[in-house]
Design a protein around this ligand. Structure first.
Ligand code: C2E
Ligand code: MG
Ligand code: MG
Ligand code: MG
Length: 293
């Protein structure tokens, strides 16, 4: 009987190994295909940037947008940035792609100003690789200058994990970006390996509460406590807070009553093409009437 059991275990083990290998091969093949397609998409300008409004909690006015990359793949449909950004990072495509998003976003700010929409803060995500790149500060400066983007009009979002890979280097880079008049936000706050000691040293302006803490804020006492604590911490450090993933009025009310400055989520608007943002602003003057720069 013991022999039989061992035989089964071995057979199963072998099967598992085979199954695992087949799955890995499929994943590797898909990844290679996506990498190849991403090269092509970047070269043929098939990627797109959508913009998701951020609303001031106190007034309900749109005060900014976050730029979010979209890749409408010819056969796969929309590929999530959660899938293709890591590929872009690993294959060295992120440098060019990130610079392109920055230029697009700055150009969009300029376009909105040219049609009378002023005071919209543009938030752009930076990947860990971009934060480590020596080119970053020049790229940001050039994108701002090319489109006349002023101090306070651009915000860059970085994650705790990106910072913690090399905190001292990150602090230097962030300080240089700050000197350009760029605002800095910590994205997905609370999900990475952050150190409160570094939070004190980082030249940042904004914390973005991760969507995962907002989701069950009404029913999960721990999530409610985490959000309230982040808001209290931010307040005592003099930082503004954006809550991500706000989908319901109850979530909005909780966050607002705990002093959250800005709200972002499907409750207000999904990420959408720039033209749609402008259209909404025109049709709903109560929302984002131009703020003086
Ligand atoms: P993120 O920076 O945390 O962006 C917020 C994500 O939450 C976006 O997903 C947005 O569509 C989604 N979201 C916003 N409101 C809601 C809501 O109410 N409910 C739900 N369920 N989701 C909501 P998206 O566009 O799929 O982007 C995913 C991530 O990909 C981003 O997370 C960011 O880390 C990365 N990413 C997107 N665009 C770029 C980019 O241009 N550069 C870099 N480096 N990363 C980017
Ligand atoms: Mg973000
Ligand atoms: Mg985020
Ligand atoms: Mg997030």
């Amino acid at each position: 009987a013991a022999d039989t059991a061992m035989y089964h275990a071995k057979a199963q083990g072998r099967n598992n190994v085979q199954f695992f290998t087949a799955e890995m091969n499929a994943a590797a093949a898909e990844r290679m295909e996506l990498e190849r397609d991403l090269h092509h998409a970047i070269a043929h300008q098939q990627l797109d940037v959508h913009y998701q409004p951020q609303v001031q909690a106190a007034s309900g006015r749109v005060c900014g947008v976050e730029a979010l990359l979209r890749w409408p793949h010819p056969t796969r449909g929309q590929v999530s940035p959660l899938k293709f950004i890591p590929i872009a990072e690993e294959s060295g495509l992120i440098e060019a792609l990130g610079a392109w998003v920055l230029r697009q976003a700055c150009q969009q700010v300029a376009h909105w100003k040219s049609i009378g929409i002023h005071g919209v803060r543009m938030a752009v995500n930076l990947s860990a690789h971009q934060l480590r790149s020596r080119q970053l500060v020049d790229t940001v400066r050039e994108a701002m200058h090319a489109h006349g983007v002023q101090a306070g009009e651009l915000e860059l979002e970085i994650t705790e994990s990106a910072v913690m890979k090399d905190p001292q280097a990150a602090i230097d880079t962030l300080q240089q970006l700050r000197d350009l008049g760029v605002h800095l936000a910590i994205d997905d706050f609370g999900t990475g390996y952050s150190s409160l000691a570094y939070l004190k040293l980082l030249p940042v302006d904004v914390l973005k509460i991760d969507r995962s803490f907002v989701k069950d804020i009404e029913t999960d006492r721990n999530d409610a406590a985490i959000c309230a604590s982040i808001l209290a911490l931010a307040k005592s450090l003099g930082l503004k807070v954006v809550a991500e993933g706000v989908e319901t009025a109850a979530q909005r009310d909780f966050l607002d009553s705990h002093g959250c400055d800005y709200l972002q989520g499907y409750f207000f608007a999904k990420p959408q093409p720039a033209a749609l943002c402008a259209e909404q602003w025109r049709q709903a003057p109560a929302l984002p009437a131009p703020v003086n720069p």
